[in-house]
Design a protein around this ligand. Structure first.
Ligand SMILES: NC(=O)c1ccc[n+]([C@@H]2O[C@H](COP(=O)([O-])OP(=O)(O)OC[C@H]3O[C@@H](n4cnc5c(N)ncnc54)[C@H](O)[C@@H]3O)[C@@H](O)[C@H]2O)c1
Length: 262
């Protein structure tokens, strides 16, 4: 579905980003696997694995909250592949939940710098190339909590709500150039990130079963592949007339499920 396209995927060393990279590669897309500079070694290993799927994959260490490093990431992509067809803004930080009273100013700034400014910087750098090519697909990985907030996550939720609006704004601006921009809002997805909140000694599968039973109408967590399937749709020609959309991949969350005693 994506034969010989080129995709930049941010924060893709593991979890949802890596899942999207693999799904795109299985569909013939060459991959620029952005990883945080601290994860460069791991990024090279993951890129080799992806090349096993028969495409070219380059790992590029760059902190996406830094405009110079983002410009360098896009320069390397154009230098190697001559184009950038698809951008997936996946990288994010999700600090441990805390009351708005207790969020340190530096933590607020970090979350907004990575989750929202980082996506803006990537859009800013790739847009001129996409406009010139008359083709582009931008996919922002947001969260259901950017629509209906989870408790004690003011900075994370605000960053994701901002990302949903950035999606709509850039979608309108780039629509005449055949560049689509869409958001995906995952709910509870089982990744290394969400597994890290399981208390020590608690069985991970039981933990996810118990939290999804009350919060997710489908009563199970999602997996990176669920989000990757939605990203593949937005990246493919099947979605060529879909832009400015926000798609929830969340097993029915955050729909309210009234519990009526049986
Ligand atoms: N897992 C879930 O339940 C869930 C739910 C809703 C939304 N999401 C969103 O999905 C995306 C992926 O989440 P995940 O669960 O795979 O978690 P993750 O922590 O594995 O993914 C985030 C990645 O971003 C990278 N990153 C952080 N700061 C960076 C920076 N400055 N520069 C470059 N890379 C940086 C991290 O190293 C990490 O690899 C995130 O945007 C997250 O907010 C996840």
């Amino acid at each position: 579905m994506l034969k010989d396209r080129v995709a930049i995927i941010t924060g893709a060393v593991r979890g949802i980003g890596l899942g999207i990279a693999k799904k795109f590669a299985e569909n013939g897309c060459h991959i620029v696997l952005n990883v945080h500079p601290d994860q460069s070694e791991e990024g090279v290993k993951k890129a080799k694995d992806i090349e096993g799927l028969g495409v070219t994959c380059m790992s590029v260490g760059a902190d996406i909250s830094d405009s110079k490093q983002v410009a360098d990431l896009v320069r390397k992509t154009i230098g190697t592949f001559g184009k950038t067809d698809i951008l997936v803004n996946n990288a994010a930080v999700a600090p441990h939940p805390k009351s708005v009273i207790d969020i340190p100013e530096e933590e607020w700034d970090l979350v907004l710098a990575v989750n929202l400014k980082g996506a803006f910087l990537l859009c800013k750098e790739v847009s001129p190339f996409m406009k010139q090519a008359g083709y582009g697909r931008i996919i922002n990985i947001s969260a259901t909590s950017g629509i209906a907030p989870t408790i004690r996550d003011a900075h994370y939720n605000s960053s994701k709500a901002g990302l949903n609006m950035l999606t709509k704004d850039v979608a309108v601006e780039l629509a005449p150039f055949n560049v689509t921009v869409n958001s995906i809002c995952p709910g509870i997805i089982r990744t290394e990130l969400t597994e890290s909140v399981v208390p020590p000694g608690v069985d991970k599968t039981e933990f996810f079963a118990s939290i999804t039973k009350v919060n997710i109408p489908m009563e199970r967590p999602g997996y990176p592949e669920d989000v990757a399937n939605a990203a593949l749709f937005f990246a493919s020609d099947l979605a060529s007339y879909v832009t400015g959309e926000t798609l929830l991949v969340a097993g029915g969350a955050p729909l309210f499920r009234a519990r009526i005693p049986e």
